[in-house]
Every structure is written in structure tokens, then in C-alpha cells.
Design a protein around this ligand. Structure first.
Ligand SMILES: Cc1cc2nc3c(=O)[nH]c(=O)nc-3n(C[C@H](O)[C@H](O)[C@H](O)COP(=O)(O)OP(=O)(O)OC[C@H]3O[C@@H](n4cnc5c(N)ncnc54)[C@H](O)[C@@H]3O)c2cc1C
Length: 385
């Protein structure tokens, strides 16, 4: 059974994150966007309130269901700034994944460090020639006596400049094979010799989040820093990217809600033809279209989250949520910019930033055609709605 009603605990959680967003993120979001800098202190303030540990598995590896709760939190943070939401939520997600796959002493040490001061873990899979087609990844991890030596160049890694660790997806199988068993994950401390961060990308949106290329030049990693079994890397991508896609879809809902609220506010204050702008039916109907889009998008995010949290296969729902929200958030922010006339085309209006931030939803973790291919494969495998 599905239940779309929030528990009292979830309502409390949403209210707390909403208050944090209003207090800490909204007032500074435009400034950090303009400067292209990351407000790391906001991230640490959020973690200091216990939000990182809330989503991590306990010592035995158990964790309570997290994807619906995580989506609620992500949506609220993204309402303030999608870039800041990415700095905060991506490390929670990657630290969680890391704890699941580490074992023994390294796991205990990682957990201990997180308890002392939560830190950022980044993720490096994409390469210049391997974005949608991950089977062409060239970064290699070769075995030596102590573990592995990693060499390669990654093109786009979020938060890597702020990170203490980066999870690297590297080829452990034969060089040119396109077998899905040819890849593995490794946890690489950023202070290892041979880890080189290149010049950050000057991005369209999410400007508060660092996006940089990173190279690995003979980086030695002990075997205990491999995450999961050797050769399981692409299966792990499939397993973990579905929750993460759901989180990106939740981000889109937050951005769209903010755009709707901005045009609601503008419609009440802007005068046109001697009356309030929202007295024009066309203006109101655009807002209704937004409301419809937001309601449908959130339902899809929660459907994916609920299925995940109930231990059900949610791969189709995660792709549908990301596909729908990627289109929805461009529609909503594009309309919001248009509804504010020339002002919506300037940096004086936050909708300009929202429109730029919206663009990433349809790109990261598989652009639209990739989601469509996956949905079609799932339709054949699992059946249709
Ligand atoms: C803000 C942001 C944050 C990111 N963060 C990370 C990160 O933390 N870690 C990381 O590893 N990567 C990250 N990425 C990279 C991102 O995941 C890739 O860029 C994305 O998967 C697309 O790969 P690509 O850029 O190589 O595009 P390509 O795969 O080269 O796609 C080019 C074009 O081909 C189209 N296309 C692709 N497949 C098909 C198909 N089957 N049929 C038809 N057309 C197709 C695409 O739609 C696109 O138009 C990030 C990117 C952005 C923008």
C-alpha cells in the first residue's frame, strides 16, 4: 500500500528545514550565485544540527527508510538555492553509500571521522568521452601488491574542491571491453599524492556548487578502500543512482515551488491596466499550470521514494520522476521569467537564477534520452502502468 500522508515527524522535519532555508539560505543565495562561491559554512551549520547523521546507517549497517525523508529535505533546501542544496545533500548521500560498502577498520575510521566533523565526499564517474555511455570509462585501477593504482581523468565532479574523499569509478577489467563487469568503485582521500583538481567549470547554474575536472596520476589505494566487490561498479551505479535521481527530481520540485511563489508575489504587487497583474486571467492560468506541474512532480518523487523505502524496485519510477521533473522545472521557470516581463530577464529577479538552476535536472545522472531508454526497458521487463 502507498500512503501519501506525511507523518507528524515528517511535518516537523519539513518545518525545521523550511525555517533553516528561510534563515540561512534565502538571504545569501543570490550573492553566492553571483560570485560562483560555495557557502560551506551553511553546509556545516546544517550538519551541526544533526542532519547528516540522521540519514546515515547505524553501526550495524541498518538504516531507517530515507528516500522520502531525503526528498522532503532536498525540496525544502532547493527552494532556497539548488546549488546550496547540492552541497548539503550530495555528501549525505555519498557518505551513506560509502558506509554501506566499506568494512572493518576503514569503515569504523570513516564513521568516527564523520561523527567528529561531517565532511564532504564527492563522486567521479563522468569523463569527457564517457558521460551517458559509462562503458567507455577509461580511468583504470591496476592491482599492485598493496592494492590498486588509479590513473585517469574525470570531467565533471560536484563539490570535489570542497571534498575530503572522492568515490572514483574505474576500470578494473580488460582495457577495451564493454562488459558491465569491468568497473569498480574506490574511495580516494583527496590528500593522496597524485590527486589533481583542475580549473573549475564556469557553469550556467548551481553556481554555489563547485563543478570541476579531477585527474588521478598513479594514485595508490589499499584494497580495503575498494567499495563493494571488484567488477560490481556499474551494478552499484544502477542501484545507487535511482535514489539519487529521485533526489534530483525533488530538487526540481523545490526550484519550481520558488518560481511559483515569486510570480504569485509579483502578481499581487505589480499593477497593469490599473489593476493587480493577477486579475488577468492569463496570468492566473499560468500559475495554475505551475501548481498542476508541482503537484504531479511531487507525487512522482514520493512514489519513487516510497517504493524504494518499502524495498521495492523503483528504477522505472526514479527515471520517470527525473524525466518529468526535468521538463516540468524548465516549463515552470521559463513561464515565471516570461510572466515578469523584462524584469524576469534580469538578475534583479530571482527567477532568472531559478531558470539557470533548473537546467541541470535534465542533464545530471543521465540526460533525457537515457532516462527514456531505461523507462522503455523497464516497460518491457516489468510491464506498463
Ligand atoms: C551540474 C552538474 C553536476 C554533475 N555532477 C557530476 C558528479 O558529481 N559526478 C559525475 O561523475 N558526473 C557529474 N556530472 C556529469 C553528468 O552526469 C554528465 O554530464 C551527464 O551524464 C551527461 O553526460 P555528457 O555530458 O557526457 O553528455 P553525453 O552523454 O555526451 O550526451 C550528449 C548528447 O547526447 C544525447 N544522448 C545521450 N544518450 C542518448 C541516447 N541513448 N539517444 C539519443 N541521444 C542521446 C544527450 O541527451 C545529449 O544531448 C554533472 C553534470 C552537471 C551539469
Amino acid at each position: 500500500m502507498f500512503d501519501f500522508a506525511m507523518t507528524p515527524e515528517q511535518k516537523e522535519m519539513r518545518a525545521a528545514v523550511r525555517a533553516f532555508t528561510e534563515r540561512e539560505i534565502v538571504p545569501v543565495a543570490e550573492e553566492y550565485d553571483r560570485r560562483g562561491e560555495s557557502p560551506l559554512h551553511i553546509c556545516h551549520k546544517f550538519y551541526a544540527e544533526g542532519w547528516m547523521s540522521r540519514f546515515l546507517p547505524d553501526e550495524s549497517g541498518d538504516s531507517r527508510p530515507f528516500l522520502v525523508d531525503g526528498s522532503i529535505v532536498t525540496e525544502e533546501l532547493a527552494y532556497g538555492c539548488a546549488g546550496v542544496a547540492s552541497i548539503i545533500m550530495l555528501p549525505i548521500f555519498f557518505n551513506r553509500v560509502t558506509l554501506f560498502h566499506l568494512s572493518g577498520e576503514v569503515r569504523a575510521e570513516f564513521r568516527q571521522r564523520l561523527a567528529e566533523k561531517p565532511f564532504i565526499t564527492s563522486f567521479a564517474a563522468s569523463e569527457h568521452e564517457a558521460g551517458s555511455d559509462l562503458l567507455t570509462i577509461q580511468t583504470k585501477a591496476r592491482r599492485n601488491k598493496r592494492g590498486y593504482v588509479i590513473n585517469g581523468r574525470k570531467a565533471f565532479s560536484g563539490n570535489v574542491r570542497l571534498a575530503s574523499y572522492v568515490i572514483v569509478v574505474a576500470r578494473t577489467g580488460p582495457e577495451e571491453t564493454k562488459s558491465t563487469d569491468a568497473f569498480s568503485w574506490f574511495l580516494v582521500p583527496m590528500d593522496k599524492p597524485g590527486v589533481v583538481i583542475r580549473e573549475a567549470w564556469d557553469t550556467l547554474g548551481l553556481r554555489a556548487m563547485d563543478l570541476s575536472p579531477i585527474d588521478f596520476e598513479d594514485v595508490e589505494i589499499p584494497e580495503s578502500y575498494r567499495l563493494g566487490e571488484e567488477g560490481q561498479g556499474l551494478r552499484m551505479m544502477a542501484e545507487h543512482l535511482n535514489p539519487s535521481r529521485t533526489g534530483i527530481a525533488a530538487m526540481a520540485v523545490g526550484i519550481a515551488r520558488r518560481a511559483r511563489d515569486e510570480v504569485l508575489k509579483y502578481g499581487r504587487t505589480r499593477k497593469l491596466y490599473g489593476d493587480k497583474l493577477y486579475k488577468l486571467q492569463d496570468y492566473r492560468f499560468h500559475i495554475v499550470e505551475m501548481e498542476k506541474d508541482i503537484a504531479a512532480a511531487r507525487a512522482l518523487v514520493w512514489l519513487s521514494g516510497l517504493k524504494h523505502d518499502q524495498g521495492l524496485d523503483h528504477s522505472k519510477e526514479a527515471s520517470i520522476a527525473k524525466l518529468f521533473t526535468g521538463q516540468m522545472v524548465m516549463r515552470v521557470t521559463g513561464a515565471a521569467s516570461m510572466m515578469m516581463g523584462s524584469l524576469g530577464y534580469t538578475r534583479a529577479a530571482i527567477v532568472e537564477k531559478l531558470l539557470r538552476d533548473a537546467r541541470h535536472v535534465a542533464i545530471v545522472e543521465g540526460p533525457e534520452p537515457v532516462q527514456k531508454e531505461m523507462i522503455f526497458a523497464e516497460m518491457l521487463r516489468r510491464g506498463v502502468y
